[in-house]
Design a protein around this ligand. Sequence first.
Ligand SMILES: Nc1ncnc2c1ncn2[C@@H]1O[C@H](COP(=O)(O)OP(=O)(O)OP(=O)(O)O)[C@@H](O)[C@H]1O
Length: 244
Amino acid sequence: MENKNNAIEVKDLKIRYRCLRKMSIKRSIKHVFKMQKEVFEAVKGVSFDVPRGEIMGIVGKNGSGKSTMLRAIAGIFSPDVGTIDVGDNTVSLLSIGVGFQKQVTGRENIYLSGMLLGFSEEHINNKIDEIIEFAEIGDFIDRPVKTYSSGMHSKLAFSITAILETDIILIDEVLSVGDAKFKKKSYNKMKELIMNKDRTVIIVSHSSETLEELCNSILWLHEGKVKMLGTPQEVLPVYEEFMS
Ligand SMILES: Nc1ncnc2c1ncn2[C@@H]1O[C@H](COP(=O)(O)OP(=O)(O)OP(=O)(O)O)[C@@H](O)[C@H]1O
């Protein structure tokens, strides 16, 4: 870490997706050994720092690279170019559709997720009752995750991150999941986690109201590049004007 007050340092980050070039089935059978790969750069040289204890919001229209960047910071993708430094902090990503083994039970998934986040079995043992209680999914905790509704899935994912308390929390548009009661409870829990002065948070959201209330800074991504970086008061009005 260049500056010891930072929890996250991202420098010149570039992330590319490699997909197979579209061609007819006949052609692809004929050319199976030389199928051409198409490369798409979703993040095109992004740099920013997040000081320890701060909350940064990310905005940008659909497809601007927000989720790709969060996944890279969470360690799911590695950078094609550039660096991401999170020091020795534990990092968790709250996002719909990542993280669970569908064939095994919610309880087993708590252990798997907890260990992936870097926690010991003993630590998870101490926290598991609290996680299950917070998730409010009843007997489903001992059923395979593939039988869960999307609301149940999100409640369990949220509870694991919220109760295990990593140093860095990355939140991808999940502040508004679950039913009204859980939404309120999770929003309050998130605020409690965020208010901890040592915790660092990045939130991707389309709600300017939420970002304005919670964030110290806002990063505006546009087509994989930084369009603006500043305080919510500086960035959000310009962004809203741009989007309208
Ligand atoms: N697995 C993939 N393979 C190829 N391209 C992808 C893949 N995932 C995302 N992309 C492309 O990368 C770009 C950035 O996608 P990303 O999901 O990061 O955007 P986003 O800003 O999070 O969008 P949204 O607001 O819709 O969630 C998009 O153009 C998308 O089509």
